[in-house]
Design a protein around this ligand. Structure first.
Ligand SMILES: N[C@@H](CCC(=O)N[C@@H](CS)C(=O)NCC(=O)O)C(=O)O
Length: 213
């Protein structure tokens, strides 16, 4: 049995693992750690970060590594090296854009400095928001012939791209309006199609992500 551990809120780092396993009906256990308990628990995890996964009494971390493992188990990775490297780039893109927006989130959540957060968020919007989604759209353009899936076959790359685009267009990020995607019509169309895939949108995890605050 695979055990996944994350905080008590939904985020792409954990959701891509849950969605991937659920897609292939692989059972998993999910432990949600309360933020207030983290300070005492942090030291118990190999890189002092979440998500973490436990399989056969061994502990593993880092989103990309865990996604690779779960996607392989779920048949959502690719045995072709040239497809696998496309998937890996989408996972790395998700990490990169997260690292770009993270300082503005950290300023609000940890430092409780809303002025600083606003300043950093505006800087992110000016320098990185369009640029990093443009990079993703360009990757889709050059990787996919049908423009339906990154590797022309549903994979963890599509789950990841969908989850991160959802995050940025959901209105949950202050000052970021979903309309930024209008300037990237190919990516917007791709996102809308992935959102409507029956075998994906019917997953209980998908519905839970959409219904959470
Ligand atoms: N390199 C890690 C980064 C994970 C990460 O940044 N996790 C954050 C939550 S999204 C975390 O654990 N923050 C709490 C802390 O660092 O104390 C990965 O790829 O999973």
């Amino acid at each position: 049995m695979i055990k996944l551990i994350y905080f008590d809120f939904n985020f792409w780092r954990i959701d891509i693992l849950r969605l991937s396993l659920s897609y292939s009906n692989i059972p998993y256990e999910y432990e949600r750690i309360l933020r207030k308990d983290w300070i005492n628990k942090k030291k118990n995890y190999p890189f002092a970060q979440l998500p973490t996964m436990i399989v056969k009494d061994k502990v593993y971390s880092h989103t990309h590594s865990l996604a690779h493992f779960c996607a392989k188990k779920s048949k959502l990775y690719d045995s072709d090296d040239y497809k696998a490297i496309i998937i890996d780039q989408v996972l790395d893109w998700a990490n990169e854009i997260t690292n770009k927006i993270a300082p503005s989130i950290r300023a609000a959540m940890r430092e409780k400095d809303l002025k600083k957060s606003e300043r950093l968020r505006k800087k992110f919007i000016k320098n990185d928001l369009h640029l990093w989604f443009f990079y993703l759209e360009s990757l889709l353009k050059r990787s996919s012939s049908e423009k339906l899936f990154f590797t022309d076959k549903f994979s963890i790359a599509d789950i990841t791209a969908w989850r991160v685009i959802y995050w940025f267009t959901s209105g949950k990020l202050d000052l970021i309006n979903a309309s930024f995607l209008n300037k990237l019509p190919l990516l917007k169309k791709y996102y809308e199609k992935i959102s409507c895939l029956e075998y994906f949108s019917e997953l209980s995890e998908f519905k839970e992500i959409l219904s959470s605050n």
